[in-house]
Design a protein around this ligand. Structure first.
Ligand code: IPM
Ligand code: MG
Length: 357
């Protein structure tokens, strides 16, 4: 029996609803498969933990997480706490502490979902956005001076290192090479940002030489936003900086029908540390506690986690079940349905149990 140790951190808002739903589905998959088991440990970290202890997670939190094979994460964000506290105290701390430098964000229009783009049907979009996840605009470099005075100043410096850019480019080219179209778009803004972004472009061209079978092009981030809407079929794999990919991945989620279905993996591709899997949607405290959150992003995220753990058949079985349930119209309100989180979860569990393959 293959055993995988999973740290579950539901954290805030609807994270507390979708992670239990994800675990239910994972249990059904392990049972159906028979070849692997998941040892899940739950951690109550997040904003409530902060209110009780003054920290988003214990001081030795990373030490604790080190022993796990993967982290299954909900969302952070609380209406009464500043976002920079909740984010830097937990999610970014884990991403940066474990050097999870590659953030992978697949986008597809699932069956049963409707893209707001008139010409796009299920199957027409199949993108993977590779987001640099360790530096760039999120490096945390900068500061404030002259606080409270008229000349007050704040700087926020984007950091690009040769190591950081090279490794994300290699990851993106590798992913592009593994996909049928072998097509990569490098997103940049080197027309306006003459240092970091020109460096980014130069390294892309260097790395490209090692991947002669990948066709690649370069697109300025603003033009890329327009291209995602106007020529979505011209896109396959995309690599972009931390901030650019943050923005483009929300657009991708919207184009695919809902952010409620968009998953992500924060990977340490070298596997020195556990990687972290989470839905992109965030804590959504406006709908928290109502039982109406869309669990599909978390299920898709769980499939990415299974794949990372070497359980590809279970990952495929999960996505097949999710697609079947979506196609059957068992959908939450954000994607035009009326089902509750628990109903979608039960339908996916039933599809897993009933699957022939
Ligand atoms: C995301 C989110 C986060 C980010 C927020 C919560 C800071 O938008 O994962 O895309 O920008 O990284
Ligand atoms: Mg975002």
């Amino acid at each position: 029996m293959r055993r995988h140790r999973i740290a579950a951190i539901p954290a805030d808002g609807i994270g507390k609803e979708v992670i239990p739903a994800g675990l239910e589905v994972l249990r059904a998959l392990a049972e159906r498969d028979g070849g692997f088991a998941l040892d899940v440990e739950d951690f109550p970290w997040g904003s409530d933990y902060y209110r009780a202890t003054g920290r988003m997670m214990p001081e030795d939190g990373l030490e604790t997480l080190k022993g796990f094979d993967a982290i299954f994460f909900g969302a952070v964000g609380d209406k009464d706490l500043p976002d920079d506290i909740t984010l830097w105290g937990l999610r970014l701390k884990i991403c940066q502490g474990f050097d999870q430098y590659a953030n992978i964000r697949p986008t597809r229009v699932l069956p049963g979902l409707t893209s707001p783009l008139r010409a796009v049907n299920p199957g027409d979009i199949d993108w993977v956005i590779v987001r640099e996840n360790s530096e760039g605009e999120y490096a945390g470099h900068g500061g404030r001076a002259h606080r409270g005075h008229p000349e007050e100043i704040a700087t926020e410096t984007a950091i690009f290192t040769r190591v950081g850019v090279t490794r994300i480019m290699r990851t993106a080219f590798r992913i592009a090479a593994s996909r049928p179209r072998k097509l990569l778009t490098v997103v940049t803004k080197s027309n306006a940002q003459r240092h970091g972004m020109v460096f980014w472009d130069e390294i892309a061209a260097e790395v490209a030489r090692d991947f002669p079978d990948v066709t690649w092009d370069k697109e300025l981030v603003d033009a890329m936003a327009a291209r995602m809407v106007r020529k979505p079929g011209s896109i396959d794999t995309v690599v972009a900086t931390n901030l650019h990919a943050d923005i483009l991945s929300d657009l991708a989620g919207a184009v695919a029908g809902s952010l409620g279905v968009a998953p992500t993996a924060n990977l340490d591709p070298e596997r020195r540390h556990p990687s972290m899997f989470e839905p992109i949607h965030g804590s959504a405290f406006d709908i928290a506690g109502k039982g109406i959150a869309n669990p599909v992003a978390t299920f898709w995220t769980a499939a990415m986690m299974l794949e990372h753990l070497g359980e590809a058949p279970a990952a495929r079985r999960l996505m097949t079940a999710v697609e079947q349930v979506c196609a059957d119209g068992v959908l939450t309100a954000d994607v035009g349905g009326r089902a509750m989180t628990a109903e979608v979860t039960a339908a996916v569990v039933a599809a897993i149990k009933g699957a022939n393959a």
